[in-house]
Design a protein around this ligand. Structure first.
Ligand code: DAH
Length: 337
């Protein structure tokens, strides 16, 4: 009778336990070392063998019933716990995956790499120079003396401060200063391309205050204008993957070259077909520039060119407004993935 009571009491206590910790406490109250049922078990030692057997069997039945009740309640409580977690941590497995956004190079950078690749393949070195440049490298060394009107061809960002020799500093207006910097470091033959950022006070559909150029320079003892024609024409055909491109060298003026030319190209086919388009400045390196490089114009000759990377990119992809390259509109940029 007592045993039945204990079982009944245990069942009640278990179902009243509202969480696992409370349930474990209740378990100890009945089945623990000093628990109610355990006390019963300890008592049977004093009984005579027959009674001990009967009582022992009855206690085992009661223990089994309590165990069952305990397990049942455990299950209920852990199911409830799981349900509660599932309700708060909703995972909608039908949503599309987030995916890994693959980055890509900016179209102008792609052009940069492509031009580098083509010139490297014909033996040109690639060099990089400072964007904050001394007026001397940017203008004077390139045969634009101070106060010479040719300087006004390039609307310059002057910045405060001077270089080591006291000359004013500016944001380089072209990559041409790299010609002189590089010639300071290397003896002829010099075969260089120098891509990089350049700056001018300019902003419209075909000009941005920051833009990119690539400078080319080849100086040796016998480099002629016809080498320039051959190399540049070949470059354009490779760059645009179009062997029909025609190239013309139109007389022009740059302080650092003599003769100077504007390079135009003509597409027979494709989206630019039928138009002459200006693509680069070029010329034979001026004797004064060679002297400023520390070279003797009697022994060394060569050509130079400077091309806009944005211009090459616009023509390659048929983009009409250069400002699109700098608006960072992904809808535009994704087209070049
Ligand atoms: N630096 C010139 C410019 O930005 C482009 C140029 C013309 C570079 C002729 C050259 C060259 O090296 O020979 O307008």
């Amino acid at each position: 009778m007592d045993l039945e009571l204990i079982v009944c009491e245990a069942k009640h206590a278990f179902s009243a336990a509202s969480d696992i910790a409370a349930l474990e406490n209740e378990k100890a109250r009945f089945l623990g070392k000093t628990g109610k049922l355990t006390k019963f078990l300890k008592g049977i030692g004093q009984l005579d063998p027959d009674m001990r057997k009967k009582e022992g069997a009855a206690i085992n039945v009661a223990k089994h019933q309590i165990d069952m009740a305990l397990q049942e309640r455990r299950q209920v409580l852990s199911d409830a716990l799981l349900d509660a977690r599932l309700a708060t941590e909703i995972i909608d497995v039908t949503l599309p995956g987030r995916g890994m956004g693959n980055g890509t190079l900016h179209p102008v950078l792609k052009t940069w790499e492509r031009v580098e690749y083509i010139f490297r393949s014909i033996g040109f070195d690639v060099a990089d120079g400072p964007e904050i440049e001394s007026e001397w490298f940017n203008f004077t060394a390139l045969n634009s003396p101070e106060n010479h009107p040719a300087r006004s061809m390039q609307d310059t960002f002057y910045i405060e401060g001077n270089d080591d020799t006291g000359k004013p500093l500016l944001l380089r207006t072209h990559t041409s200063p790299m010609q002189v910097r590089y010639a300071y470091m290397k003896k002829p033959p010099i075969k260089l391309i120098a891509p990089g950022r350049t700056y001018r006070v300019d902003f419209d559909a075909t000009h941005s205050p920051m833009f990119h150029q690539i400078e080319g320079l080849w100086i040796a003892d016998d480099v002629s204008f016809s080498d320039l024609k051959g190399i540049y024409t070949d470059f354009l055909r490779k760059f645009f993957e179009n062997d029909d491109i025609q190239v013309r060298f139109r007389p022009s003026y740059f302080p650092f070259t003599e003769p100077s030319a504007e390079i135009d190209m003509y597409f027979q086919t494709g989206k630019n077909a039928g138009k002459w388009l200006e693509i680069s400045g070029a010329g034979q390196v001026h004797p004064t520039v060679l002297r400023n490089m520390g070279l003797d114009p009697e022994c060394h000759v060569g050509f130079a060119f400077g091309s806009g990377l944005e211009r090459l990119t616009m023509l390659r992809y048929g983009v009409e407004d250069l400002r699109l390259f700098y608006e960072n509109d992904l809808r535009f940029l994704r087209q070049f993935m």
